[in-house]
Design a protein around this ligand. Structure first.
Ligand code: FUB
Length: 310
């Protein structure tokens, strides 16, 4: 349609590249993208999918042993800034698990705090996943992991919000979406974990992301539909909710059962980062990060994003 064509032209000219394409990282698998703007650049903190090998990870399942960070000044040319953390470097992580899942990174107290989920080797931390923090003076690392995971947090896919009032909140998933306030040190909970109210009762298992625009908090999450995940969002005027489910951000696609997103404003335009299995059409646990522009309606709701294919 003319509208789609205009959007493509706008994005193309806006990013200064006539050959903008998805996926954005072609030389390795990337998933669960958390994009953040630091020092005038976009930093991308994704999961790093690899293929399990004998003795390394579970065949046919997600397999990740480290994290890379990528940076870009124009959303087109991406620099791989290298490995910022690996499972072997974190004392509390079970390094036979190959499950360094969806991370996030925020800037506070003059430092970069990188949050990541992984199974702990010591069951004293609880079964399943815990969430750890690693700290760096630079967005591209090196990140020094804390010796223990965050106390009282069990689950996956951390996301951190820092409000204009300087309160930090940690979000994560564990059969539902949880939130808790963080202390100023960004390493400990300041409140008990709380299940966010107003969201669907079923099918919220992972991938929350929250951002603020004009005093409204937008929570995005994958919602399992039949077997694949559809990106949806809810709105609230308080970071802890209650939230109101508003709509679909991106439809599910039958060939990749996961999807996870982050939303970021860069040089005046909003973008949705998400993933699909473009470079691995027959195995959907090897995924690739994509970007599309995101637009708001005058009433503050978000227009559904139609993926741009290569
Ligand atoms: O990447 C592993 C898991 O798959 C993530 O933690 C989920 O959000 C899903 O994308």
């Amino acid at each position: 349609s003319l509208h789609a064509l205009l959007v493509v032209m706008w994005v193309t000219l806006g990013t200064g590249n006539l050959f903008a394409q998805n996926p954005i990282i072609m030389d390795q698998f990337t998933a669960d993208p958390s994009a953040r703007v630091f020092d005038g650049k976009v930093y991308l903190y994704p999961s790093h999918d690899i293929l399990a090998k004998p003795g390394e990870g579970r065949p046919g399942w997600f397999c990740m042993k480290d994290y890379h960070v990528f940076s870009s000044g124009n959303l087109t040319d991406w620099k791989d800034d290298g490995v910022i953390l690996s499972q072997n470097r974190v004392k509390w992580v079970d390094s036979t698990s190959y499950s360094m899942w969806a991370p996030d990174c925020v800037f506070r107290n003059g430092k970069y705090y990188f949050y990541f989920p992984a199974p702990a080797k010591n069951l004293a931390y609880g079964r399943g996943f815990s969430i750890g923090v690693a700290i760096s003076a630079k967005p591209y690392g090196p990140f020094a992991p804390q010796p223990e995971p965050i106390k009282d947090v069990h689950g996956i896919d951390p996301c951190v919000l820092i409000t204009k009032g300087e309160q930090a909140y940690l979000y994560w998933a564990q059969g539902a979406i949880y939130v808790a306030k963080l202390k100023k040190n960004m390493l400990e909970l300041a409140t008990k974990p709380y299940v966010i109210q107003g969201l669907p009762d079923k099918g919220l298992i992972e991938g929350p992301f929250i951002f603020e625009r004009k005093g409204i908090y937008y929570l995005t999450y994958p919602h399992v539909q039949d077997k694949t995940e559809r990106l949806e969002y809810a709105m609230a005027d308080n970071p802890m909710g209650p939230f109101k489910v508003v709509g679909v951000l991106m439809d599910a696609t039958p060939d990749c059962w996961t999807n996870q997103s982050s939303v970021v404003k860069f040089q005046g335009q909003w973008y949705l980062f998400y993933h699909h299995n473009d470079l691995s059409p027959h195995f959907d646990k090897n995924r690739s990060v994509r970007i599309d522009s995101l637009f708001f309606n005058p009433d503050g709701t978000i227009k559904k994003v139609i993926p741009t294919l290569r």
